[in-house]
Design a protein around this ligand. Structure first.
Ligand code: NAD
Length: 348
């Protein structure tokens, strides 16, 4: 809808799980976009969240309507009803289902956003606000890269504004499951990822083309954040403080000290509760101060960072809506607005 030059973009969310409901909450805080509804497969406590927050519910599985009725949840219609009343759909269905859903979105002529669990070929471009916002402008379909790739893109994007990088090597230590997932493991083991590179390195190249990166990965018995150990060759010698200051200037990155009690990802997520945000999320990438160093000649950088898998992509999705939906062409203006409305970069 165009309100005298002011666009209020109508958005539908297909899939209301970990990412879908966070995006609905975040969109509700924006004044240039509006959630028309969210599609759910079945009535569960996540559907209840939609009801409690006034997000109209649509049923994405024909035949399941009666289940919503039995659960006392009123439906606004079917997924097709939702798709026929919006400008842009955000697919938040489980990984790889977005591709299946795409034909339906195309049938309704919609702008489409997909998440990092989809292959990059699902959309015309992949997206990270800080690195390639402009690529999404004028497109019909965009994929916001995964939580891990977003973490790499933010800090390596910062480093590359200071110096070109040679070989970048990273070991990804991935949480086995999200806190609400009782059906995934390992619960008492460390699981190597046999694919080398893991998908993260090639994925980063979709938003930072030309970066020379090799990534390998483990999944570990934790639900509290992913961690990355990153090693990068620097074309221009840099010192530790210059790099840390660059990270400190980025509202979407936080530099925390082990000495202040941030000994593990557990303390980081405990601290996130003090910030009073929606779902106690930590939107920023955490770099440990003491875990960043450079070689004596300043030409090799080593650092460790943590990624709140459930939420770092939330601000990226809001920016992606503005770029794809034609609301804002200036990446800095969009990021500033998103940061302000979600409190990104605010508080210690
Ligand atoms: P989820 O399992 O928490 O939620 C998926 C939702 O989709 C649920 O509401 C489910 O009921 C619904 N659904 C199931 N089948 C469906 C179908 N056929 N059509 C529509 N909806 C269906 O998943 P999630 O963790 O929110 O992941 C969504 C996407 O976001 C994936 O691509 C994932 O890779 C990506 N992602 C996840 C995380 C994370 O940490 N969870 C981080 C970044 C990106």
């Amino acid at each position: 809808m165009n309100l005298g030059g002011f666009i209020l973009l109508k958005i539908g969310i297909n899939g209301y799980g970990t990412i879908g409901r966070r995006l609905a909450h975040a969109i509700a805080k924006q004044d240039d976009m509006k959630v028309v509804g969210a599609a759910k497969t079945r009535p569960d406590f996540k559907a209840m969240d939609a009801v409690n927050r006034g997000v109209p519910l649509y049923c994405s599985v024909p035949g399941n309507e009666s289940k919503f009725k039995e659960a006392g949840m009123e439906l606004a219609g079917s997924l097709e009803d939702l798709l026929s009343s919006i400008d842009l759909v955000i697919d938040c269905a489980p990984s790889k289902m977005g591709l299946e859903n795409k034909a339906l979105y195309e049938k309704h002529g919609l702008k489409m956003m997909f998440q990092g669990g989809e292959k990059s070929s699902t959309a015309e471009v992949s997206f990270n606000a800080q690195n390639n916002y402009a690529d999404a402008i004028g497109k019909q379909s965009v994929r916001v890269v995964s939580c891990n790739t977003t973490g790499l893109a933010r800090t390596l994007g910062d480093v590359r504004t200071l110096s070109d990088t040679g070989k970048v090597r990273t070991v990804m230590v991935r949480r086995a499951a999200d806190p609400g997932q009782s059906n995934k493991g390992p619960i008492n083991a460390i699981k190597p990822t046999p694919e080398m590179p893991s998908h993260h390195g090639p994925d980063l190249k979709t938003v930072i083309p030309g970066i020379n990166i090799m990534s390998i990965a483990f999944a570990v018995s934790s639900t509290l954040m992913h961690s990355h150990a990153i090693m990068a060759e620097l074309a221009e010698p840099l010192d530790r403080e210059t790099i840390l200051n660059k990270f400190r200037e980025n509202p979407r990155v936080r530099v925390y000290r082990v000495a202040d009690g941030f000994k593990t990802t557990a303390e980081v997520m405990e601290h996130a509760k003090d910030l009073g945000r929606d779902m106690s999320d930590m939107y920023e990438i955490i770099v440990w101060d003491e875990c960043l160093n450079v070689s004596e000649d300043g030409k090799e950088l080593y650092y460790m960072q943590a990624v709140h898998q459930e939420s770092d992509v939330v601000p990226e999705n809001i920016d992606c809506i503005r770029a794809l939906g034609g609301i804002e062409s200036d990446p800095l203006k969009s990021m500033e607005k998103t940061n302000k409305t979600l409190g990104v970069g605010a508080g210690l």
